[in-house]
Design a protein around this ligand. Structure first.
Ligand code: PLP
Length: 510
């Protein structure tokens, strides 16, 4: 069936064999579904031939755009409003510019030389990244996420130790089933942001469940935790306020803070004396918000939330914690760093992700005081201007939370396996950063050593990643191992054995 597209004005509706490619859409301002009817949006309607004959797709793009901008001859136009006329003129202009670019005229030559200049700049940038040795390549997984995966170009299955799939819920049968059921019942997606027509009952239910899980008043969903961090600070803080941020906070917190107009203080990583000095300086501001990761993903170290909350209370500050690497598995029942450290009632705001332990699909949230959540629904830009989460994602995350609220068996299994890996590696002579966290960075120091050892681990069927500068400080290269509840004890032991073998081969162990 042809797909229906609106031209610059509703009256130019016409069927085309396929939708224009993205780059062809400069003059097409409105898309409608083939099932849409102005009389009854829910009633499917067969396509009616449009007033103009379809423009053949073989015509040059510039001519198609110009045609789209011209009213068809047999059409009886309604009196054009100023807005519609403006859109028409815009479309005609776009058609002419494209025509010039595609023809060999002076404007076309200028457009081509701008493109050549851009290519030159991009090549130089890319060469710089390669030259600095910081090029990130992606291994292509050809199976589901899990403890055993298949990777393109590597024969046989490999043991995966580098996903944030801490609880193994990414391919848990009940989680997948819940996702399928939500997909079936609520569709593929909402084609809308939340406040227009993108809120379904399952969104509200999941927000209530998240608030209940964290024992907070309310929660708000975002497309990702990156978005939750991008939305929070700008919506909450004004130039009268101050935010105090750990220097090693996640990039999304840093970017979120950049977007707000509050006064910014950066304290040294986990350094409570420095935080206290900055809090004293910040006394002159209206609100003070201390922002920290709960667990830091490069080192597996945990923020000293007891001291942070004590200082916050002494200096009248609020505490914000990003719990992406804690939600679902830190603390006796997996509530996170605040549960682990006994300060659940002292942390004001939590941001976290559905894209790691809670099913691993995507999505993020803020949970905290009711009025804050209400304000975010009014002001947070990533919430207001981005699509609502797809039902399948909601279904998966909701089931992940149910599993965690029913029992803490998975949480305890992950903790036991983490302990097994850490103690066996330390006994073998490796230095493992952090404590108790399933992120277990094997500290090697030298960047080349980390990279060569990671490659040799893969040859032995173990997937781990080496990290070096600038992702981590110079001289602190490491291989980051992440333990999951679905690794078996044999998997853990195989990983340790491979590390010992490869470590000896490269002189990292005697
Ligand atoms: N915050 C932290 C600490 C993270 O590690 C991440 C993801 O890597 C994010 C935020 C972003 O989460 P999401 O993937 O949901 O955008």
């Amino acid at each position: 069936m042809g797909v229906w597209w609106f031209g610059p004005r509703r009256t130019f509706l016409r069927p085309v064999a396929s939708p224009p490619r993205l780059e062809d859409r400069s003059s097409l301002n409105l898309q409608i579904s083939p099932l849409w009817s102005s009389a009854d949006p829910t009633r499917p309607r067969p396509p009616v031939p449009g007033p103009a004959s379809p423009a053949p797709l073989t015509r040059p793009l510039s001519l198609r755009l110009a045609a789209a901008a011209r009213p068809p001859a047999r059409h009886q136009p309604r009196p054009p409003c100023a807005w519609a006329r403006g859109r028409e003129l815009g479309a005609m202009w776009a058609g002419r510019v494209l025509h010039a670019a595609l023809s060999g005229g002076p404007r076309g030559r200028r457009a081509q030389s701008a493109l050549a200049q851009l290519r030159g700049i991009l090549e130089e940038e890319l060469e710089g990244i390669r030259g600095a040795g910081t090029w990130k390549s992606e291994r292509v997984i050809t199976s589901r996420q899990g403890p055993r995966i298949h990777v393109d170009g590597v024969s046989g299955g490999i043991l995966n130790f580098c996903a944030n799939n801490y609880l193994g819920l990414s391919s848990h049968p009940e989680v997948i089933q819940a996702g399928l059921q939500a997909l079936e019942e609520f569709g593929a997606g909402l084609s809308s942001v939340r406040f227009i027509c993108g809120t379904q009952s399952i969104h509200k239910d999941l927000e209530a469940k998240i608030a209940q899980f964290h024992q907070r008043e309310d929660a708000i969903l975002y497309p990702s935790c990156f978005d939750a961090n991008a939305g929070l600070f700008e919506a909450l803080l004004t130039p009268e306020d101050a935010v105090l941020s750990d220097e090693l906070n996640h990039a999304s917190i840093i970017d979120g803070i950049r977007l707000c107009k509050a006064h910014k203080y950066r304290y040294r990583h986990l350094d409570m004396a420095d935080l206290e000095a900055k809090l004293q300086e910040a006394q002159k501001h209206r609100l003070r918000l201390v922002a920290t990761d709960g667990a830091f993903s490069m080192d597996g170290d945990i923020a000293p939330l007891q001291e942070i909350c004590r200082l916050a209370s002494r200096y009248g500050a609020l505490v914000f914690v990003d719990e992406c690497h804690a939600t679902g598995f830190l603390g006796a029942t997996g509530r996170g760093t605040d549960e682990l450290l006994g300060v659940m009632d002292q942390v004001t705001i939590i941001n976290s992700t559905l894209g790691k332990a809670l099913g691993g699909a995507s999505g993020g949230y803020t949970t905290g005081p009711g009025p804050l959540v209400s304000l975010l629904r009014q002001r947070a830009r990533p919430y207001l201007f981005s699509n609502s989460l797809p039902p399948a994602v909601i279904g998966c995350a909701s089931k992940a939370l149910d599993l965690l609220m029913e029992s803490n068996a998975i949480v305890q299994s992950m903790a036991a396996k983490t302990q097994r890996f850490r103690s066996k590696m330390e006994a073998a002579g490796f230095a493992i950063s952090g404590a108790h966290h399933p992120i277990c960075p094997v500290m090697l120091g030298d960047a080349r050593l980390a990279s060569c050892m990671a490659d040799d681990m893969l040859k032995r069927g173990i997937f781990v990643i080496g990290f070096s500068y600038p992702v981590v400080p110079k001289g602190k290269a490491r291989i980051r191992v992440q333990i999951s509840a679905v690794h078996s004890e044999e998997d853990i032991d195989r990983c340790v054995e491979a590390f010992v073998e490869v470590g000896r081969l490269h002189g990292a162990l005697p």
